[in-house]
Structure formats: structure tokens, C-alpha cells
Design a protein around this ligand. Structure first.
Ligand code: BES
Ligand code: MN
Ligand code: ZN
Length: 493
């Protein structure tokens, strides 16, 4: 992971030799003060099929006085409506097209007012995000690599904006490369990311950064009495692992802990999933992937506070040694859990991981990310994550970061009277409710039993962790959801 993709240039775009020159245009006003660039944008509006509304695109070839082979003009709508996501998508689309056409070079002009809804720096950042994220294909398992990513994406900044643009580029590229790393991990098939293997892959990526990495093995988990975590592992021939990444700058005031669900394959266990639900369950470690990638980004950007990432990794399988419905297991916290359903495994491993993280690091804030419930997808669809927290200010901050990064998060309730769903006749608590109603809330309430009053939020990413369809800056597969969100959030905590 190196930030070498984006380059800032200051020579006039018209004299730069490139495969595509990318220019954005508002529907209602000029996007550039430079008359020559604005003239290119205006040229598109002479065509009836192009009005400048968001999503409009027009390509020109061999324009006189322009060295670029092609000029693509992107509509980004009315200036006052043009928000970060509008420019992110427009830029993503242009890069995506360049990748699909096997082009080698691109020069992108950042719209100067940036859209009244966002501003110029925001537009630069969002455009760079769209560019880096769109320039990615998961083709590790294909003999023939259909589309080669571009190895240099240039942005034009005129002299006064140059230094700022460079700083934005550096940070943005780190964060987006982190997102792509998380995508790699999530898209990787489960046969190549059993817990030990994934732990090694995470440790290897972390090794290059100033991070302290510890991997807890079965014996360590036993020592820590993490029986809930171990009970999930018991059905699999793969050993469970818990990866801890610690970013400890020279001086810090706050400790933030991130916990990520890392089920490398979720068959459901003895409560095995129906055939249709199984194939996608390689994605069930997306929380762990996002947390690990965020730690790497935080180390690379020199985040000022202490940040610890905890990723319990395990495979949930049925077998003669698997845990069963009706079993009662004692968690690290001492509370006993009656297993109502072995497919509610995520909350079991998180119960122990949260308990461990809170005891060990006494954090000021704990955030967990988990592909926890199908119910959350029913509630919010495939693109929006559910946020659960007793702390409304914290869930508000998360929702704000979600809006900014467009890794959208919606605040969900945690009604006290719903705790009754988790009552057990024989143990302290059951791992599932008596029926399927309010399943995402029941899961969040279960987790809250293990947070010991710490300032905590749970983000259910079962929907947005994986894309079944391509969009402007993400192909089908892991989305890397959470990395950009968390990188924005931790700055505000
Ligand atoms: N990993 C699943 C949740 C999930 C579903 C993630 C679809 C991504 C896409 C989780 O472990 C699970 O199986 N949850 C159960 C809980 C139920 C048994 C209470 C569910 O949602 O059905
Ligand atoms: Mn499950
Ligand atoms: Zn699961």
C-alpha cells in the first residue's frame, strides 16, 4: 500500500498529453475561471443530449488546441446541489470508463467553486475518492486480467491550490487504499482466509506500519475464558484467532477501541443456513476487515490518539464438535448465555471481544462493526448501516460521518423493554429473541450486556458490506464499507 496513484499537476490542462482530460460542468453556472477549461465544459452544453445534470456525460475526440486525446465532460447538476457524492460518483464513472477502455492516463480538473453544497476542498477530496475507489478490480483469481487499473491519475491544480491539493491527495489516497485493502479481504473466498491465514495476512499488512500487532491463539483465548468465542469455533477444524492492532502515538489523551466481527465463513452452524443464504457468507468478516484497514490508515496518517483494533476471527461450521442449540456457555464477562440459535454467532464472539477490549484498554469510546443481522438489511436495505448506541450524541456523530463519506448510517432505537426478548429460562441471557421481530435491535441489546457502561456504539453493516451490483465507484464484491467512515469519525471523538 503506497500512495503513488494520484499526482497533482500545475501546468495548464490544454498542454498536457493524456488519454482523457476530465472536466466537470454545473447545470447553471461556470465551474472554472480559466476560460479555456470552461469553454470545453460549455461545448458539451451545445448538444441536446447534455444539460449538465448529474450523470450526464459527453466525450469529445481530437479537440483543437488541446493535447489530450479525448475530453470527457461530466454533468454534476446545479451548483447549489452538487454535494460530495455527486462529484465522487461523476469522477468514479469517468475513471471506471477509462479502466474499462484500458486507457493509461487521466487528467482531472477539479471544479473550482466545488459546488456550493460542499466547497472546493471537499470537491477535491470527493473527486480523488471517486477516482481511487473506481480504479480497482478484484481479479486475483482470474487467469486473464480483463481490465488493468490505471497506475497514475493526475489532477490539475492551479498554482494557489497546489499545496492544499497535495495534502488532500496524500490523505485521501491512504484512506482509499485502506478501503481497497478491506475490499480484497472481504472478496477473498473463505477457503483462502481461514482465521489463521487471515490473521497472518492482517499482521503482514500491519507490519509495514508503526503498529503493535498481537495475535491471540486458542490457548490465549482459553486463558482469557472466552468461552463464547471458543464455542463458535468448536465446530470448525480451523483454529480461532484474535488479532489486536495497537496504534500508540508518542503522546495521546484518548483511547478509542474498534472491534470488528471476523467470521470468515458463516454456515450458520448446526442451525445451518438455507442454500440461498450460504454463498454470500464469506463476507461475514467485513467488520474485522474494516477495523484492521482503519488501523493501518490511522498509523499511516499519524492519527493523534491511541487507537486499538480488535478482530476476533473464527469460522462457524456444523460438525460433531460444534456447539448446539440449548447449550449454555459462560462468557468472559461471567454471564451465561443459552444458545437459541447457532447462527447468532457474531454476537457470541463480540460479547467476549468487547469484554476483553474494555477490560484491557479502558477505552473512552468503543465502536464495533459487524455484519450482524439479516434483520438490519430488511429494515434499511443493502446500502445503509444501522447504528445502535445508548449515547445519542455518539450515534449522531456517526450518522454525520456517514453522510459526509456516503457510507450511510441510520440511528436505530434500543428500547429497554425489548430486553425481555432475550430472557432465558436457564441462563442469564439467550443469544436470540423468541421470534424474529426486531432482530437487529435484539442483537444490539445483547451486545450492550457486555459493554460495562463504556461509551459504545454498534454499527450493523450486514447490508452495505458487500455489493451485489456495480455502481460508479465500486464493482460487485466487498465494498470496504467502514474504513472511510471510521477514519472520518475518529477525528471527531
Ligand atoms: N452473518 C449473519 C448476518 C448476515 C445476513 C450478514 C446476511 C450478511 C448478510 C448473522 O450471523 C446471522 O446469521 N444472523 C441471523 C440471526 C438470527 C439467527 C437471530 C439472521 O440475521 O438471520
Ligand atoms: Mn450467523
Ligand atoms: Zn454471521
Amino acid at each position: 500500500m503506497e500512495e503513488t496513484l494520484i499526482e497533482i499537476r500545475t501546468d495548464h490542462p490544454a498542454v498536457v498529453k493524456t488519454d482523457i482530460l476530465v472536466v466537470a460542468v454545473f447545470e447553471d453556472e461556470a465551474a472554472y475561471t480559466d476560460p479555456q477549461i470552461q469553454e470545453l465544459a460549455d461545448r458539451a452544453r451545445d448538444w441536446p443530449e447534455f444539460s449538465g445534470k448529474s450523470g450526464d456525460e459527453l466525450m469529445f475526440y481530437d479537440i483543437q488546441g488541446v493535447k489530450a486525446k479525448r475530453v470527457v465532460v461530466l454533468g454534476i447538476g446545479r451548483a447549489e446541489d452538487a454535494d460530495r457524492e455527486t462529484v465522487r460518483k461523476a469522477c468514479g464513472k469517468a475513471v471506471n470508463r477509462a479502466v474499462a477502455a484500458d486507457l493509461a492516463s487521466l487528467l482531472i480538473c477539479i471544479p473550482e467553486p466545488g459546488g456550493k453544497a460542499s466547497g472546493r476542498k471537499a470537491a477535491a477530496e470527493a473527486m480523488m475518492e471517486g477516482a481511487v475507489l473506481a480504479n480497482y478490480r478484484f481479479d486475483l483469481y482470474k487467469k486473464e486480467k480483463k481490465h488493468k487499473p490505471i497506475n497514475k491519475i493526475e489532477f490539475y491544480a492551479e498554482a494557489g491550490f497546489e499545496n492544499q491539493a497535495r495534502r488532500i491527495a496524500k490523505k485521501t489516497e491512504i484512506v482509499c487504499q485502506g478501503t481497497l485493502l478491506a475490499r480484497d479481504w472481504v472478496s477473498m473466498p473463505s477457503n483462502d482466509k481461514r482465521p489463521t491465514r487471515l490473521a497472518r495476512s492482517i499482521a503482514k499488512a500491519a507490519e509495514k506500519e508503526p503498529l503493535e500487532t498481537v495475535v491471540l491463539d486458542t490457548a490465549d483465548l482459553k486463558k482469557n475464558r472466552m468461552r463464547a468465542f471458543l464455542s463458535v469455533a468448536s465446530g470448525s477444524s480451523s483454529r480461532p484467532q484474535m488479532v489486536v492492532l495497537d496504534h500508540r502515538p508518542e503522546s495521546w489523551e484518548k483511547t478509542i477501541v474498534l472491534v470488528g466481527k471476523g467470521v470468515t465463513f458463516d454456515s450458520g452452524g448446526i442451525n445451518i443456513k438455507p442454500a440461498s443464504g450460504l454463498e454470500g457468507m464469506k463476507q461475514d468478516m467485513a467488520g474485522a476487515a474494516a477495523v484492521a484497514a482503519t488501523l493501518i490508515c490511522a498509523a499511516r496518517t499519524g492519527f493523534a490518539q491511541r487507537l486499538v483494533g480488535v478482530a476476533p476471527l473464527v469460522e462457524n461450521m456444523p460438525s460433531g464438535t460444534a456447539y448446539r442449540p440449548g447449550d449454555i456457555v459462560k462468557t468472559a464477562s461471567g454471564k451465561t448465555v443459552e444458545i437459541g440459535n447457532t447462527d447468532a454467532e457474531g454476537r457470541m464472539i463480540l460479547a467476549d471481544a468487547l469484554d476483553y477490549a474494555i477490560n484491557q484498554y479502558a477505552p473512552d469510546v468503543v465502536i464495533d462493526l459487524a455484519t450482524l443481522t439479516g434483520a438490519c438489511i430488511v429494515a434499511l436495505g443493502e446500502k445503509i448501516a444501522g447504528v445502535f448506541s445508548p449515547d445519542a450524541k455518539l450515534s449522531g456523530l456517526i450518522a454525520d460521518s456517514g453522510q459526509k463519506t456516503y457510507e450511510r448510517c441510520w440511528s436505530m432505537p434500543m428500547p429497554e423493554d425489548y430486553r425481555e426478548l432475550l430472557k432465558s429460562d436457564f441462563a442469564d441471557i439467550r443469544n436470540v429473541g423468541k421470534d424474529r421481530w426486531g432482530g437487529a435491535i435484539a442483537a444490539a441489546l445483547f451486545l450492550s450486556e457486555f459493554t460495562k457502561g463504556a461509551r459504545w456504539a454498534h454499527i450493523d453493516i450486514a447490508g452495505p458490506a458487500f455489493a451485489s451490483k456495480a455502481h460508479d465507484y465500486c464493482q460487485p464484491g466487498g465494498t470496504g464499507f467502514g474504513v472511510r467512515l471510521l477514519m472520518d469519525l475518529i477525528e471527531k471523538l
